[in-house]
Write a protein that binds this ligand. Sequence first.
Ligand code: R5P
Length: 298
Amino acid sequence: MSGEFVIVLPSSEWLVESVRKASSEEMAVEVAYGKVFPDGEVYVRVPPEVKDKNVILVQSMDSPQEKALWELLLAADASLNAGARHVIALIPYLAYARQDKVFLEGEPVSIRVLLKAMHAAGIEGIVTVDIHNPKSLDEFKGETVNVIPIRELGEAVKQCVENPLVIAPDKGALHRAKMMSEYLGAEYDYIEKKRDRMTGEISMSVKEMSVKGRDVVIVDDIISTGGTLAKATEMLYSQGARKVVAAVSHALLVGNALDKLRRAGLRKIIATNTLRRREGVDYIDIMPTLISEARKLL
Ligand code: R5P
Protein backbone atom coordinates (compact mmCIF):
# COMPACT_ATOMS: atom_id res chain seq x y z
CA MET A 1 0.00 0.00 0.00
CA SER A 2 1.39 3.42 -0.85
CA GLY A 3 0.61 6.75 0.82
CA GLU A 4 2.43 9.77 2.08
CA PHE A 5 4.41 9.85 5.27
CA VAL A 6 5.67 13.24 6.40
CA ILE A 7 8.67 13.15 8.69
CA VAL A 8 9.59 16.37 10.44
CA LEU A 9 13.25 16.18 11.39
CA PRO A 10 14.35 16.98 14.95
CA SER A 11 15.90 20.36 14.13
CA SER A 12 12.59 21.43 12.58
CA GLU A 13 10.28 20.23 15.33
CA TRP A 14 9.08 23.83 15.68
CA LEU A 15 7.40 23.38 12.26
CA VAL A 16 5.33 20.35 13.20
CA GLU A 17 2.09 22.22 13.97
CA SER A 18 2.15 24.01 10.61
CA VAL A 19 2.91 20.72 8.87
CA ARG A 20 0.01 18.97 10.63
CA LYS A 21 -2.37 21.79 9.73
CA ALA A 22 -1.27 21.73 6.09
CA SER A 23 -1.46 17.94 5.71
CA SER A 24 -4.62 16.04 4.88
CA GLU A 25 -6.06 13.51 7.30
CA GLU A 26 -4.80 10.46 5.44
CA MET A 27 -1.20 11.67 5.63
CA ALA A 28 0.86 10.47 8.56
CA VAL A 29 2.96 13.19 10.21
CA GLU A 30 5.64 12.33 12.75
CA VAL A 31 8.74 13.89 14.22
CA ALA A 32 11.83 11.69 13.76
CA TYR A 33 13.79 10.70 16.82
CA GLY A 34 17.13 12.43 17.02
CA LYS A 35 20.05 12.95 19.36
CA VAL A 36 23.63 14.09 19.36
CA PHE A 37 26.22 11.61 20.64
CA PRO A 38 28.65 12.78 23.36
CA ASP A 39 31.34 13.20 20.69
CA GLY A 40 29.09 15.52 18.66
CA GLU A 41 27.94 13.10 15.97
CA VAL A 42 24.34 13.40 14.82
CA TYR A 43 21.91 10.46 15.07
CA VAL A 44 18.44 10.17 13.61
CA ARG A 45 15.86 7.36 13.41
CA VAL A 46 12.72 7.34 11.26
CA PRO A 47 9.52 5.43 12.13
CA PRO A 48 9.47 1.88 10.62
CA GLU A 49 5.97 2.63 9.24
CA VAL A 50 7.60 4.45 6.30
CA LYS A 51 7.86 1.03 4.59
CA ASP A 52 6.17 1.19 1.17
CA LYS A 53 5.32 4.86 1.72
CA ASN A 54 6.28 7.99 -0.17
CA VAL A 55 8.24 10.02 2.31
CA ILE A 56 8.40 13.80 2.61
CA LEU A 57 11.28 14.86 4.87
CA VAL A 58 10.73 18.34 6.32
CA GLN A 59 13.85 20.20 7.32
CA SER A 60 14.51 23.92 7.46
CA MET A 61 18.22 24.61 7.57
CA ASP A 62 18.16 27.21 10.31
CA SER A 63 21.26 27.47 12.52
CA PRO A 64 23.05 25.16 13.30
CA GLN A 65 22.91 24.42 9.59
CA GLU A 66 25.36 21.52 9.68
CA LYS A 67 23.24 19.55 12.16
CA ALA A 68 20.16 20.18 10.03
CA LEU A 69 21.99 18.99 6.93
CA TRP A 70 23.22 15.80 8.58
CA GLU A 71 19.78 14.96 9.92
CA LEU A 72 18.35 15.35 6.43
CA LEU A 73 20.99 13.19 4.74
CA LEU A 74 20.82 10.48 7.40
CA ALA A 75 17.01 10.46 7.39
CA ALA A 76 16.92 9.99 3.61
CA ASP A 77 19.18 6.97 3.90
CA ALA A 78 17.22 5.65 6.89
CA SER A 79 13.89 5.98 5.05
CA LEU A 80 15.16 4.04 2.05
CA ASN A 81 16.71 1.39 4.33
CA ALA A 82 13.32 1.03 6.00
CA GLY A 83 11.64 0.40 2.63
CA ALA A 84 10.27 3.81 1.64
CA ARG A 85 9.31 3.95 -2.04
CA HIS A 86 10.39 7.51 -2.75
CA VAL A 87 11.97 10.24 -0.64
CA ILE A 88 11.64 13.92 -1.30
CA ALA A 89 12.80 16.84 0.83
CA LEU A 90 10.76 19.88 1.78
CA ILE A 91 13.39 22.44 2.75
CA PRO A 92 11.74 25.80 3.53
CA TYR A 93 15.13 27.47 4.03
CA LEU A 94 18.01 26.00 2.05
CA ALA A 95 21.24 27.17 3.64
CA TYR A 96 24.54 27.84 1.84
CA ALA A 97 22.60 29.09 -1.21
CA ARG A 98 24.39 32.44 -1.29
CA GLN A 99 27.73 30.75 -2.03
CA ASP A 100 26.43 29.89 -5.49
CA LYS A 101 29.62 30.68 -7.37
CA VAL A 102 33.34 31.08 -6.93
CA PHE A 103 33.70 34.72 -5.87
CA LEU A 104 37.38 34.41 -4.93
CA GLU A 105 39.82 31.91 -6.35
CA GLY A 106 39.98 28.80 -4.18
CA GLU A 107 36.37 28.89 -2.98
CA PRO A 108 33.79 26.09 -3.32
CA VAL A 109 30.33 26.35 -4.87
CA SER A 110 28.77 25.39 -1.54
CA ILE A 111 25.18 25.01 -2.69
CA ARG A 112 26.29 22.56 -5.40
CA VAL A 113 28.01 20.39 -2.77
CA LEU A 114 24.83 20.30 -0.65
CA LEU A 115 22.60 19.41 -3.58
CA LYS A 116 24.92 16.63 -4.74
CA ALA A 117 25.07 15.20 -1.22
CA MET A 118 21.27 15.22 -0.96
CA HIS A 119 20.89 13.34 -4.22
CA ALA A 120 23.58 10.86 -3.23
CA ALA A 121 21.69 10.19 0.03
CA GLY A 122 18.62 9.19 -1.98
CA ILE A 123 16.55 12.37 -2.12
CA GLU A 124 14.71 12.40 -5.46
CA GLY A 125 13.05 15.81 -5.31
CA ILE A 126 13.32 19.10 -3.45
CA VAL A 127 10.73 21.74 -2.65
CA THR A 128 12.18 24.95 -1.30
CA VAL A 129 11.35 28.63 -0.90
CA ASP A 130 12.90 31.48 -2.84
CA ILE A 131 16.44 30.16 -3.18
CA HIS A 132 18.94 32.99 -3.59
CA ASN A 133 19.72 32.02 -7.21
CA PRO A 134 17.13 29.70 -8.78
CA LYS A 135 19.74 28.52 -11.31
CA SER A 136 21.57 26.76 -8.46
CA LEU A 137 18.83 24.15 -8.44
CA ASP A 138 19.98 22.97 -11.89
CA GLU A 139 22.82 21.27 -10.00
CA PHE A 140 20.35 18.82 -8.45
CA LYS A 141 19.80 15.67 -10.50
CA GLY A 142 16.13 15.33 -9.61
CA GLU A 143 12.99 17.43 -9.65
CA THR A 144 12.95 20.76 -7.87
CA VAL A 145 10.31 23.35 -7.04
CA ASN A 146 11.24 26.87 -5.95
CA VAL A 147 8.23 28.57 -4.37
CA ILE A 148 8.36 32.37 -4.49
CA PRO A 149 5.81 33.40 -1.87
CA ILE A 150 4.43 36.48 -3.59
CA ARG A 151 0.77 35.70 -3.00
CA GLU A 152 1.34 34.87 0.69
CA LEU A 153 3.45 37.97 1.38
CA GLY A 154 1.38 40.16 -0.92
CA GLU A 155 -1.83 39.55 1.04
CA ALA A 156 -0.13 40.79 4.23
CA VAL A 157 1.49 43.74 2.44
CA LYS A 158 -1.93 44.91 1.21
CA GLN A 159 -3.06 45.31 4.83
CA CYS A 160 -0.35 47.80 5.81
CA VAL A 161 0.33 50.11 2.85
CA GLU A 162 -1.59 52.43 0.55
CA ASN A 163 -0.89 52.74 -3.16
CA PRO A 164 2.61 51.31 -2.61
CA LEU A 165 5.74 51.45 -4.70
CA VAL A 166 7.55 48.11 -4.76
CA ILE A 167 11.32 48.34 -4.60
CA ALA A 168 14.06 45.76 -5.13
CA PRO A 169 17.21 46.46 -3.08
CA ASP A 170 19.35 45.76 -6.16
CA LYS A 171 18.94 44.96 -9.84
CA GLY A 172 19.39 41.23 -9.19
CA ALA A 173 16.25 41.21 -7.04
CA LEU A 174 14.13 42.98 -9.66
CA HIS A 175 12.26 39.84 -10.79
CA ARG A 176 10.84 39.44 -7.26
CA ALA A 177 9.78 43.09 -7.06
CA LYS A 178 8.14 42.80 -10.48
CA MET A 179 6.14 39.75 -9.36
CA MET A 180 5.03 41.54 -6.21
CA SER A 181 4.06 44.67 -8.15
CA GLU A 182 1.97 42.58 -10.53
CA TYR A 183 0.25 40.91 -7.58
CA LEU A 184 -0.49 44.25 -5.91
CA GLY A 185 -1.22 46.12 -9.13
CA ALA A 186 1.52 48.58 -8.15
CA GLU A 187 4.55 50.21 -9.74
CA TYR A 188 8.05 48.88 -9.17
CA ASP A 189 11.66 49.94 -9.44
CA TYR A 190 15.06 49.06 -7.99
CA ILE A 191 17.82 50.71 -6.02
CA GLU A 192 20.88 51.57 -8.01
CA LYS A 193 24.29 51.89 -6.42
CA LYS A 194 26.69 54.33 -8.03
CA ARG A 195 30.36 54.83 -7.24
CA ASP A 196 31.80 58.34 -7.57
CA ARG A 197 34.85 57.89 -9.80
CA MET A 198 36.74 60.68 -8.05
CA THR A 199 36.02 59.96 -4.36
CA GLY A 200 35.13 56.25 -4.59
CA GLU A 201 32.03 56.98 -2.49
CA ILE A 202 28.97 54.79 -3.09
CA SER A 203 25.59 56.46 -3.36
CA MET A 204 22.20 54.79 -3.57
CA SER A 205 19.02 56.00 -5.20
CA VAL A 206 15.87 54.61 -6.76
CA LYS A 207 16.56 54.18 -10.49
CA GLU A 208 13.56 55.88 -12.13
CA MET A 209 10.72 56.71 -9.78
CA SER A 210 10.22 59.28 -7.05
CA VAL A 211 9.45 57.89 -3.59
CA LYS A 212 8.36 61.26 -2.21
CA GLY A 213 5.24 60.86 -0.05
CA ARG A 214 4.89 57.18 -1.04
CA ASP A 215 4.48 53.97 0.93
CA VAL A 216 7.37 51.75 -0.13
CA VAL A 217 7.62 47.97 0.09
CA ILE A 218 11.12 46.54 -0.18
CA VAL A 219 11.00 42.96 -1.43
CA ASP A 220 14.00 40.68 -0.93
CA ASP A 221 14.81 37.01 -0.47
CA ILE A 222 16.56 37.25 2.86
CA ILE A 223 17.40 39.55 5.74
CA SER A 224 20.63 38.35 7.28
CA THR A 225 22.60 41.09 9.08
CA GLY A 226 20.01 43.65 8.03
CA GLY A 227 22.69 45.84 6.45
CA THR A 228 21.18 45.88 2.95
CA LEU A 229 17.69 46.66 4.19
CA ALA A 230 18.76 49.27 6.77
CA LYS A 231 20.75 51.22 4.16
CA ALA A 232 17.89 51.02 1.67
CA THR A 233 15.37 52.17 4.29
CA GLU A 234 17.49 55.16 5.37
CA MET A 235 17.97 56.18 1.76
CA LEU A 236 14.25 55.91 0.97
CA TYR A 237 13.34 58.13 3.93
CA SER A 238 16.04 60.60 2.95
CA GLN A 239 14.36 60.81 -0.45
CA GLY A 240 10.96 61.54 1.11
CA ALA A 241 9.24 58.14 1.48
CA ARG A 242 6.22 58.27 3.83
CA LYS A 243 6.47 54.72 5.17
CA VAL A 244 8.87 51.85 4.46
CA VAL A 245 8.03 48.19 5.09
CA ALA A 246 9.78 44.98 4.03
CA ALA A 247 8.46 41.70 2.68
CA VAL A 248 11.03 38.91 2.64
CA SER A 249 10.97 35.17 2.25
CA HIS A 250 13.53 34.39 4.97
CA ALA A 251 14.03 36.42 8.16
CA LEU A 252 17.41 35.22 9.44
CA LEU A 253 17.98 38.46 11.39
CA VAL A 254 21.39 37.63 12.80
CA GLY A 255 23.05 39.59 15.61
CA ASN A 256 21.66 43.10 16.06
CA ALA A 257 19.84 43.13 12.70
CA LEU A 258 16.49 44.02 14.24
CA ASP A 259 17.94 47.03 16.14
CA LYS A 260 19.60 48.24 12.97
CA LEU A 261 16.33 48.06 11.06
CA ARG A 262 14.35 49.75 13.82
CA ARG A 263 16.93 52.54 13.98
CA ALA A 264 16.63 52.98 10.22
CA GLY A 265 12.88 53.45 10.70
CA LEU A 266 11.61 50.29 8.99
CA ARG A 267 7.97 50.07 10.05
CA LYS A 268 7.27 46.38 9.51
CA ILE A 269 8.93 43.12 8.51
CA ILE A 270 6.68 40.52 6.91
CA ALA A 271 8.24 37.10 6.33
CA THR A 272 7.22 33.51 5.68
CA ASN A 273 7.78 30.92 8.41
CA THR A 274 10.77 29.26 6.74
CA LEU A 275 12.92 29.88 9.84
CA ARG A 276 12.30 29.77 13.60
CA ARG A 277 10.33 32.75 14.92
CA ARG A 278 12.35 35.91 15.54
CA GLU A 279 11.15 38.92 17.49
CA GLY A 280 9.77 41.82 15.48
CA VAL A 281 8.54 39.82 12.48
CA ASP A 282 4.97 39.26 11.21
CA TYR A 283 4.87 35.68 9.94
CA ILE A 284 2.83 34.16 7.14
CA ASP A 285 2.40 30.38 7.10
CA ILE A 286 3.79 29.06 3.81
CA MET A 287 3.41 25.38 4.73
CA PRO A 288 0.08 24.73 2.92
CA THR A 289 1.71 25.75 -0.37
CA LEU A 290 4.83 23.70 0.34
CA ILE A 291 3.00 20.51 1.31
CA SER A 292 0.81 20.82 -1.77
CA GLU A 293 3.90 21.26 -4.02
CA ALA A 294 5.67 18.34 -2.32
CA ARG A 295 2.72 16.02 -2.95
CA LYS A 296 2.84 16.88 -6.65
CA LEU A 297 6.40 15.50 -6.81
CA LEU A 298 5.34 12.07 -5.50
C1 R5P B 1 21.77 39.74 -1.54
O1 R5P B 1 22.04 39.49 -2.69
C2 R5P B 1 20.57 39.19 -0.88
O2 R5P B 1 19.47 39.17 -1.75
C3 R5P B 1 20.20 39.96 0.37
O3 R5P B 1 19.91 41.30 0.02
C4 R5P B 1 21.32 39.94 1.35
O4 R5P B 1 21.84 38.64 1.48
C5 R5P B 1 20.87 40.44 2.69
O5 R5P B 1 21.93 40.34 3.58
P1 R5P B 1 22.13 41.37 4.76
O6 R5P B 1 20.84 41.39 5.53
O7 R5P B 1 23.26 40.78 5.56
O8 R5P B 1 22.47 42.68 4.16
